[in-house]
Design a protein around this ligand. Structure first.
Ligand code: ADP
Length: 494
C-alpha cells in the first residue's frame, strides 16, 4: 500500500486536496493553484497563474501584506498567518472572504517557495460571533437579575464563584472558598432541606435539577435569603459537577412575609369577630332565661319568706339566684375576653407541658403507643400561651399516631425530645411511622393540604402560625427518620 502511494506525485495530491492551496515563490508570484483554491476564489487556473498573492488581498491591506511577506521570508517557518487576527481574502468578484491561512516554507534546489493553505473561516467566525453575542446577552441578563454563578466540582471537591455570587454570600472577592465553608453558612434550620434537595438532584435517574431557598448566615454580614438553582452533570451515572446561579431573595421573602403577616392579622381579626358575634348572640339568648330564672326565684323566695316553709327550700332558691348571677357574670367575662381577644403569655416548663400533653393524648385513645421522653433537664422556662402550645404538641402527636395507625406500624412509638438552642428552647416530636411522602413533603404546611380522607389539612398550618406568633419556628425534618420528625423552637422567658 505504502509503496503504491510512493507513485502519487506532488501534483496529484495538490490537485485533490480539499483545502485551497497555492504555491508561491519568494516574490509572492503564484506558481500553481489547486482546483479548490480556484473554486474558492473564483479564478480559472490560467488566470491564477503568475498572479501576485497581494492581488488576493483587499486593496487597503496590500501594502502591509508586502511588508509581512518580506518579514516571513527572512524567518520562514510553518505557522498560521496573522496570529489569530481575522484575515480576509479577495475573490475575483470583489467579495471579501473570511479565511484562516496556513504558511509552510519549502526549499527546492536552493530556491525558497511557500505553500499557502486557505481555509474558509466564515462558519467558524459566525459561530464565534454568535457565541460572543449569546455570552453578552447572558451577562446582561445575569446582571439585570442580579444573578451570581457557582460551579462546584464534585470530584475535586472545589467550588468556583463569580464576583456577584461572592457578594451575595458575603465573601471576600479573592478568598479561597471550600464547599464545606459554604455549607457551614447555611442556616441550621435550612440544612435538612439543603441535604434533601442535593440528594434528589444527585440521583442519576432524576432530572439533576437543584433548587433551594435558604438563609445564609455569615458572622461578618447580616443574614440573607438566597435562592440557589442549578443542574447536576453526570458521568457514568456519577454526579461530577453542579453549575448554577445564586440570587439574593431577601427583599422578596420580606415582602411575602409582610403580606402573610397582614393576611394572618386579617384572618385572625375575622375569626375573632365571627366568634365574638356568635358568642354575643348566644349570650343574649342565655341572658334572658337566666335573668328570668333569677327574677322568678327572687319572687318565689320573697313569697316563701311570708310563710313558715322549710329553710332547705329557701336555701335552694337562694342557690338558684346565686348560680344564675354567676352564669351571667361568666357570660359577660367571656364577651369581654372575645372583644379584647389577645392570648395571655406566661412562663412555661416545657418538660412538664410535654408530659401532660402525652398523658392527654394517651387518654384520647386513638391507638395504644409507646412514648419515649428525652427531656433536657436544665431547660429554662419558655414564654408562650399554655393552651396554644398544648394544642401544637397534641397536634404533632396526633398526626404521628394517625400516620402509624394508617400504616399499621408495629410497636408505634412517639419520641419527644427537648433541648436548648442558644436563646431558644426546641421540642422534637418523632414517630415511627412511614414518614413524609416525597411528592407531598413540601406541601404539608399549606392550609387545607391533607392526604387523609377525613383530614382538614389545617393542623400543621395552624400549629406553625401559633408557634411563629409566639416568636418561634416549626419545621419538618425529612432526613431525621425513621418516621416523621418535627421540630419547633420557642423563646426563653426572660
Ligand atoms: P390533616 O392532619 O388534617 O391532614 P395537617 O395539616 O395536620 O392536616 O397535616 C397535613 C398532612 O401532612 C397530612 O395529611 C399528612 O399527609 C402529612 N403529615 C403530617 N404529619 C405527618 C406524620 N407524622 N407522618 C406522615 N405524614 C404526616
Amino acid at each position: 500500500m505504502i509503496r503504491r502511494l510512493d507513485h502519487l506525485s506532488f501534483h496529484a495530491l495538490f490537485n485533490i486536496a480539499a483545502d485551497a492551496l497555492l504555491l508561491v515563490d519568494a516574490e509572492g508570484k503564484i506558481l500553481v493553484s489547486n482546483p479548490s483554491a480556484q473554486a474558492f476564489l473564483g479564478y480559472s487556473p490560467e488566470e491564477m497563474q503568475h498572479m501576485c498573492v497581494e492581488q488576493l488581498i483587499p486593496e487597503r491591506l496590500r501594502d502591509r501584506h508586502v511588508h509581512y511577506r518580506q518579514h516571513y521570508l527572512a524567518k520562514p517557518e510553518k505557522r498560521t498567518m496573522g496570529q489569530g487576527a481575522d484575515l480576509l481574502a479577495l475573490a475575483r468578484d470583489g467579495r471579501e472572504l473570511p479565511v484562516d491561512i496556513g504558511l509552510s516554507p519549502i526549499m527546492v534546489e536552493g530556491e525558497r517557495y511557500v505553500l499557502i493553505t486557505f481555509i474558509d473561516a466564515l462558519e467558524r467566525r459566525r459561530a464565534q460571533a454568535a457565541l460572543r453575542e449569546s455570552e453578552e446577552r447572558l451577562r446582561l441578563a445575569k446582571r439585570a437579575a442580579g444573578l451570581g454563578v457557582f460551579d462546584r466540582d464534585l470530584l475535586r471537591d472545589t467550588v468556583t464563584l463569580d464576583a456577584r455570587a461572592r457578594e451575595i454570600l458575603g465573601l471576600e472577592e479573592d478568598a479561597v472558598v471550600t464547599p464545606e465553608q459554604l455549607m457551614a453558612q447555611v442556616h441550621p434550620e435550612d440544612d435538612a432541606l439543603r441535604r434533601s434537595a442535593l440528594k434528589q438532584a444527585m440521583n442519576p435517574h432524576g432530572t439533576g435539577e437543584y433548587y433551594l431557598e435558604y438563609r445564609n448566615s455569615q458572622s461578618s454580614a447580616p443574614e440573607r435569603w438566597v435562592a440557589a438553582s442549578g443542574q447536576v452533570f453526570f458521568e457514568d451515572d456519577e454526579p461530577v459537577r453542579i453549575v448554577g446561579t445564586l440570587q439574593d431573595i431577601t427583599e422578596r421573602k420580606a415582602m411575602k412575609q409582610a403580606f402573610r403577616d397582614h393576611q394572618a392579622d386579617i384572618d385572625a381579626a375575622l375569626k375573632r369577630q365571627a366568634a365574638s358575634q356568635t358568642a354575643s348572640a348566644m349570650a343574649h339568648e342565655l341572658n334572658q332565661p337566666l335573668a328570668a330564672l333569677s327574677a322568678y326565684s327572687e319572687v318565689a323566695l320573697h313569697e316563701l319568706e311570708k310563710t313558715a316553709c322549710s329553710d332547705q327550700l329557701k336555701r335552694a332558691l337562694q342557690g338558684c339566684i346565686e348560680q344564675s348571677h354567676r352564669a351571667g357574670r361568666t357570660l359577660h367575662e367571656l364577651l369581654e375576653y372575645l372583644h379584647e381577644g389577645e392570648p395571655g403569655l406566661e412562663a412555661i416548663d416545657l418538660n412538664v407541658l410535654v408530659r401532660e400533653t402525652l398523658t392527654l393524648a394517651r387518654a384520647e385513645g386513638l391507638i395504644q403507643f409507646n412514648s419515649v421522653l428525652e427531656p433536657y433537664l436544665h431547660l429554662p422556662l419558655v414564654q408562650g400561651n399554655r393552651l396554644q402550645l398544648q394544642k401544637v404538641i397534641a397536634n404533632l402527636i396526633r398526626n404521628g399516631l394517625e400516620a402509624m395507625r394508617d400504616a399499621g406500624v408495629e410497636n408505634p412509638t412517639i419520641t419527644i425530645r427537648t433541648s436548648q438552642k442558644g436563646n431558644k428552647a426546641m421540642v422534637t416530636v418523632q414517630d415511627s411511622g412511614p414518614g413524609f411522602h416525597p411528592d407531598t413533603a413540601t406541601r404539608i404546611f399549606e392550609p387545607f393540604f391533607t392526604t387523609k380522607s377525613r383530614g382538614m389539612g389545617m393542623g400543621l398550618s395552624i400549629s406553625r402560625a401559633l408557634v411563629e406568633a409566639g416568636g418561634g419556628l416549626l419545621w419538618a425534618d425529612p432526613e431525621a427518620g425513621p418516621g416523621a420528625t418535627f421540630h419547633f423552637t420557642l423563646p426563653l422567658a426572660s
